[in-house]
Design a protein around this ligand. Structure first.
Ligand code: XIL
Length: 338
C-alpha cells in the first residue's frame, strides 16, 4: 500500500528530503518517495546558510534541484524556512548596524520568496520564534528588529509570493503555554492586516510520551483561529533524549544507555511505535477537515536526523520505513488507522 493513496481524500503526505534523496543517491528513498508521498520539504537546502552564504550572493542551485525533482515526480513543495535563528550564514551574526540588518532581512525574504514563487505551494515563513512559556524568543531577529519582525516577515512573504500558503512553524506548540503564544502570533498578524494561512506543528515527539490530548486540542484551537494546521516534521524518537550535557553534540562514544538499540529494535518498542503512530493518525483523520498536510522528517530510519541529534552517531528508529526502505509495523498501523 501507499500512504499518499490511502490518505488521498484526507490530507497531503510528505517527507523531508536532503541531498542524497534529492539527487537519487539514496536508492531506498528513490523508490519510496514517488510511491508514498505527494509533497516534500527541503530538510536543509532552503535554509539561509545554504541559499545566502555570502551577503547579497544567493546560491539557488540545490534548491532548484529539489524543485526539479519535485516537478518530475509531481510532488508539492513546502519551502523551509525564511526566518529562523538557526542555520544562518555567519555574516548575519557580524552585522552591527540595525539598518543593515533590516536590509539583510528584507532582501533575504523578498529574494528567496520571489525566486520560489509559483514553485513552492507553502512556506514556513517564520520558524521557532517562541519560548516554551509562549513569549517571543530573544532571537537575533527580535533583538535587532523588535516584536514587529514577525508581521514584517509575513507581509514581505505575501507580497513576494502571493499564491503561496504562509505558515508559522514551531515545535512543542501543541503544549498549552506555547500554543497560547502561537495563537497570539496569529492574532497579531491578523490585526496588522498580514496574511497567515496555517500553523505548522513540527511533531518531533517521543516514544510512549506523545501528547495526544494536547495535539488534538491544538488542532481544534488553531482551526478555530481560521487557519489550517500542518504536521510538518513528524518523527517519534525511540532513544533517550535526556542525555548528560557533556554528551550533547559529542559523537557517540559507547554509553550503551544512550544508544540502547544499536543491534536492532526489540519487539516491544516496535509495537509501541506502531501504536503511537496509529493513535496519532486516528486523531489526524478525525480532524482531516482542519489538516492540510502531514510530513515526516525524513523518508527512512537510516537517514533520519535523529541518528545524529542530540548525540551524533546513534541508531534511531523514528520513521515508518526501516534502513532498507522496507515498511515497518508502524507503516501498516498507520495504513490500518484509515
Ligand atoms: C534539522 C535537519 O534535519 C538537520 O539535517 C540539520 O543538521 C539541522 O536541522 N526543526 C526544524 C528543522 O525546523 O529545520 C530541523 O532540521 C529540525 C528541527
Amino acid at each position: 500500500p501507499s500512504l499518499k493513496e490511502v490518505f488521498k481524500s484526507d490530507f497531503l503526505i510528505g517527507a523531508a528530503l536532503n541531498w542524497p534523496q534529492i539527487t537519487g543517491k539514496d536508492r531506498a528513498a528513490a523508490v519510496l518517495i514517488p510511491q508514498q508521498f505527494n509533497t516534500v520539504t527541503p530538510e536543509d537546502v532552503m535554509k539561509a546558510e545554504r541559499l545566502h552564504p555570502v551577503w547579497g550572493t544567493y546560491d539557488f542551485s540545490k534548491g532548484d534541484q529539489l524543485i526539479a525533482y519535485a516537478k518530475r515526480h509531481k510532488l508539492q513543495v513546502n519551502g523551509h524556512t525564511l526566518v529562523w535563528h538557526s542555520q544562518l550564514p555567519p555574516f548575519v551574526h557580524r552585522i552591527q548596524n540595525i539598518d543593515s540588518f533590516r536590509t539583510f532581512f528584507t532582501d533575504h525574504i523578498k529574494t528567496v520568496a520571489e525566486h520560489f514563487s509559483g514553485k513552492v505551494q507553502s512556506w514556513d515563513v517564520v520558524n521557532e520564534a517562541l519560548n516554551e512559556d509562549g513569549t517571543l524568543r530573544k532571537s537575533i531577529f527580535l533583538t535587532k528588529l523588535g516584536d514587529q519582525y514577525i508581521v514584517d516577515a509575513f507581509k514581505l512573504a505575501a507580497a513576494a509570493a502571493p499564491n503561496t500558503a504562509l505558515y508559522y512553524n514551531d515545535y512543542n506548540n501543541e503544549q498549552p503555554a506555547k500554543r497560547a503564544g502561537c495563537i497570539r502570533v496569529i492574532q497579531e498578524l491578523k490585526k496588522a492586516g498580514a496574511r497567515i494561512d496555517g500553523v505548522g506543528i513540527q511533531g518531533h515527539w517521543h516514544l510512549g510520551k506523545v501528547p495526544f490530548k494536547a495535539i488534538e486540542e491544538s488542532i481544534e484551537q488553531y482551526a478555530a483561529q481560521g487557519v489550517k494546521v500542518a504536521i510538518t516534521e513528524l518523527d517519534i524518537n525511540v532513544l533517550p533524549t535526556k542525555v548528560t550535557g557533556a554528551e550533547v553534540g559529542q559523537h557517540f562514544k559507547g554509553d550503551a544507555a544512550s544508544n540502547p538499540y544499536v543491534n536492532g529494535l526489540p519487539d516491544s518498542i516496535r509495537q509501541q511505535l506502531a501504536a503511537d503512530y496509529a493513535t496519532l493518525f486516528r486523531i489526524f483523520l478525525k480532524h482531516k477537515d482542519k489538516i492540510a498536510r502531514v510530513t515526516f522528517w525524513g523518508v527512512h530510519d537510516a537517514q533520519s536526523w535523529l541518528n545524529d541529534w542530540p548525540i551524533p552517531g546513534r541508531r534511531n528508529y523514528p520513521l515508518l520505513f526501516d534502513r532498507q526502505g522496507k515498511p515497518k509495523s508502524a507503516f501498516y498501523a498507520v495504513i490500518d488507522a484509515k
